[in-house]
Design a binder for this molecule. Structure first.
Ligand SMILES: *[C@@H]1O[C@H](CO)[C@@H](O)[C@H](O)[C@H]1NC(C)=O
Ligand SMILES: *[C@@H]1O[C@H](CO)[C@@H](O)[C@H](O)[C@H]1NC(C)=O
Ligand SMILES: *[C@@H]1O[C@H](CO)[C@@H](O)[C@H](O)[C@H]1NC(C)=O
Ligand SMILES: *[C@@H]1O[C@H](CO)[C@@H](O)[C@H](O)[C@H]1NC(C)=O
Ligand SMILES: *[C@@H]1O[C@H](CO)[C@@H](O)[C@H](O)[C@H]1NC(C)=O
Ligand SMILES: *[C@@H]1O[C@H](CO)[C@@H](O)[C@H](O)[C@H]1NC(C)=O
Ligand SMILES: *[C@@H]1O[C@H](CO)[C@@H](O)[C@H](O)[C@H]1NC(C)=O
Ligand SMILES: *[C@@H]1O[C@H](CO)[C@@H](O)[C@H](O)[C@H]1NC(C)=O
Ligand SMILES: *[C@@H]1O[C@H](CO)[C@@H](O)[C@H](O)[C@H]1NC(C)=O
Ligand SMILES: *[C@@H]1O[C@H](CO)[C@@H](O)[C@H](O)[C@H]1NC(C)=O
Ligand SMILES: *[C@@H]1O[C@H](CO)[C@@H](O)[C@H](O)[C@H]1NC(C)=O
Ligand SMILES: *[C@@H]1O[C@H](CO)[C@@H](O)[C@H](O)[C@H]1NC(C)=O
Ligand SMILES: [Ca+2]
Length: 578
């Protein structure tokens, strides 16, 4: 009998040793403090052991997200801070860790949007559901983590270069290196065991991802990057182009008029891709074949808008599309040129909303007036004029040439910290890294052509002397670009709800990195409207979508005319623009 009991105990103990510890057992301040990244993992950084917080969280449900599917999970909520030696600063890291039985040897860094260094904890489930530890950083910006530009000046005229570099790439790098080290010690991973590391982010978060891939070949095995805000000086200043068109043409349209042009454009261009689904899958055919002159006289109606803390109530907008409205939209579609007619940048695709051209209502005058786009205005005010602020007060005397000048100046000043368009990714490719890069083809905030230009720059720089098709094959060994039909800015598009969205991009990246299954097409899911849940594939650039069989069958076709329509000569500058 005694022998029997002893045997039973031994069996139970053995099974306990083999099994993962319960989440509550390791998700404690003591356990985390004892498993922090060891000193010296990142030179010049000291983790503050007394800053640790840790608590288990159970049965969290996430639904209707754009960057990961619905899921339910438990996690360990960890946060700790570190400082840079000699600086007396404080950078706060937050990591969510999967329950030990669900951990799959993966780590994920995530990024922000606008001037935010992170997207809050909303991005973290994307790691947990794939068994990855997932992290965000506050970059040391504290209460300004959602608007880091507030920390870029010490005072008028004096830049805080440390903060600018932290935003540019340093904070994301530190989070990645400390996060990988922490993951290994927390989960007892031996040095010989491979920890797969990933990055996911869109917009500014996409720029943050590229900032790492371009500099640190070994940081990530893969990056899933959407609509990156890279070529930063160009990208921020181009936000002001629509405003300068309005000012130059002296026409400030009621927002409803531009909406009417967008809606008519979607209606007219929908069938050009071979499928009647409310989605403009081929904006290049739309540019070539649809003339918005057809909207002249089209009547529009928009309901009155309620007042907000930032804007007065707006009246009902009833009217018809004017020749002035059409001329304005056409000038915006042309993109920024200098006064000698040389092109400085590209612009949004037809079917995108004219968000940068949004006017504001003046209740006193009863007029719609210029509303300076703050993403562009703050870049000029803070990073060029070095004045503390959040926007330019107006665009008095600002011409197309001024915008070109601002781009040159911003490019030159911030080339190594914010531009983020270094095109030689050889070290990353040689390290075995993979990138899935996607961009909505109806993006209203970052021109879709911006991503095409970068992919083509990488393709040209890394494959000199090759034929185009051979270079495409070489680039696609590690880096693939997907234009998402109807996709808006880092989100599916309410105006084209039947389009796909790459909600499982991180899963597809993991399959490429860990199982060597490359995404020939990118998996897409309809997330809005009556067809929500439907699966649709997204073509890999330079192939373009075309439907046959009355819209039933998607083909990804090689169409030289379409490819050429996405490639621009930026001859306003004497330097190459990658
Ligand atoms: C902080 O914790 C780490 C990891 O547990 C340890 O190596 C280091 O000695 C600790 N530092 C201090 C100042 O206690
Ligand atoms: C996670 O930890 C942070 C920092 O301690 C805390 O503010 C937050 O409330 C925690 N979240 C949950 C869901 O426990
Ligand atoms: C910065 O300069 C602006 C004028 O351009 C001035 O209004 C503001 O008070 C100055 N701020 C500080 C902190 O000096
Ligand atoms: C790591 O190993 C220690 C010692 O064996 C164990 O107590 C702990 O539960 C392990 N942690 C995890 C997350 O498996
Ligand atoms: C083609 O598809 C449209 C809807 O997408 C449908 O209304 C039409 O009947 C179809 N035509 C044929 C010939 O099947
Ligand atoms: C569009 O309309 C404008 C003004 O009404 C006119 O000048 C222009 O020639 C028209 N464009 C085309 C392609 O017909
Ligand atoms: C605008 O149109 C709506 C109907 O779409 C109508 O109810 C309203 O009276 C109109 N307002 C004006 C000022 O014409
Ligand atoms: C609104 O219009 C009035 C009257 O034309 C003008 O005096 C005022 O400056 C305008 N307000 C703004 C914020 O532009
Ligand atoms: C705008 O230009 C005019 C004429 O070139 C000049 O007199 C005026 O001072 C300028 N205004 C501003 C705000 O720079
Ligand atoms: C390049 O490849 C495409 C198929 O992807 C093919 O249609 C095209 O003819 C090729 N071009 C050349 C010059 O070989
Ligand atoms: C444009 O279409 C959207 C639906 O996508 C609708 O909400 C909006 O009212 C329409 N606006 C105009 C001016 O037609
Ligand atoms: C592709 O997306 C569908 C939903 O559209 C999903 O069910 C499936 O798991 C995804 N496949 C991969 C490999 O991510
Ligand atoms: Ca269509």
């Amino acid at each position: 009998m005694r022998l029997f009991i002893w045997t039973l105990v031994a069996i139970v103990q053995a099974s306990v040793v083999d099994a993962s510890p319960a989440l509550a057992e390791v998700c404690t301040i003591d356990y985390v403090t004892a498993h922090l990244p060891p000193a010296g993992v990142y030179p010049g950084i000291s983790v503050v052991n007394s800053s640790v917080s840790a608590n288990p969280v159970y049965s969290v449900e996430v639904t209707d997200q754009y960057f990961y599917p619905n899921a339910e999970f438990d996690y360990c909520n960890v946060s700790f801070s570190y400082s840079h030696d000699g600086l007396n600063d404080k950078v706060v890291l937050t990591y969510w860790l999967p329950a030990p039985e669900n951990f799959q040897n993966r780590y994920l860094s995530t990024g922000g949007g606008g001037y935010a260094i992170n997207s809050g904890t909303q991005s973290l489930p994307g790691g947990i559901i794939y068994g990855a530890v997932a992290g965000i950083t506050d970059g040391g910006f504290g209460v300004n983590q959602d608007d880091a530009i507030n920390t870029f000046l010490v005072t008028n005229g004096t830049r805080d270069w440390h903060n600018i570099y932290m935003f540019g790439y340093e904070a994301i790098h530190e989070m990645g290196e400390l996060g990988k080290s922490f993951t290994k010690t927390f989960f007892n991973i031996s040095d010989s065991t491979k920890l797969y590391s990933y990055y996911q982010g869109c917009s500014e978060g996409g720029r943050e991802g590229w900032s790492q891939v371009q500099r640190f070949a070994d940081e990530f095995d893969g990056a899933a990057i959407g609509a990156p805000a890279f070529r930063f000086a160009f990208q921020q200043v181009q936000h002001l182009y629509s405003n300068v068109v309005e000012q130059t043409l002296n026409y400030f349209p009621p927002p409803c008029e531009l909406q009417a042009i967008v809606n008519a454009t979607i209606l007219a261009c929908d069938p050009l891709d071979g499928r009647l689904d409310g989605v403009v899958s081929r904006t290049d055919l739309c540019s070539a074949q649809y003339d918005i002159n057809a909207t002249l006289g089209l009547s529009y109606n928009c309901a009155p808008g309620a007042a907000s803390p930032f804007a007065p109530a707006t009246p009902a907008q009833n009217g018809t599309v004017t020749a002035q409205g059409i001329a304005l939209a056409k000038k915006i579609f042309e993109g920024l040129h200098d006064s000698d007619g040389r092109r400085a940048y590209f612009t949004y695709t037809p079917s995108s909303t004219f968000t940068d051209a949004q006017t504001q209502y003046n209740a006193t005058s009863g007029q719609w007036e210029l509303d300076v786009t703050s993403l562009g205005g703050s870049f000029v005010e803070v990073l060029l004029d070095l004045q503390i602020g959040s926007n330019l007060p107006n665009l008095n005397n600002v011409t197309y040439d001024t915008l070109v000048q601002w781009i040159s100046e911003g490019w030159n000043r911030y080339n190594d910290v914010l531009m983020t368009n270094w095109p030689d990714l050889t070290p990353f490719k040689q390290a075995g890294g993979k990138v899935i890069h996607f961009h909505g083809e109806s993006d209203y905030s970052i021109p879709t052509a911006s991503s095409v230009r970068y992919w083509e720059s990488v393709n040209t720089i890394m494959n000199p002397g090759m034929s185009y098709n051979d270079s495409v094959a070489a680039t696609q060994e590690f880096y693939r670009l997907f234009l998402v039909p109807g996709g808006s800015h880092c989100a599916p598009n309410a105006a084209e709800p039947n389009g796909p969205w790459p909600q499982t991009a991180l899963q597809n990246l993991i399959d490429w990195v860990e199982k060597d299954v490359p995404p020939v097409t990118l998996n897409g899911t309809v997330l809005l409207g009556a067809n929500a849940g439907q699966n649709q594939q997204i073509c890999a650039w330079p192939l373009r979508p075309l439907f046959t069989g009355n819209g039933t069958s998607l083909e990804c076709v090689y169409d030289q005319q379409s490819i050429d329509s996405w490639i621009y000569e930026l001859d306003a500058f004497d330097m190459p623009v990658y």
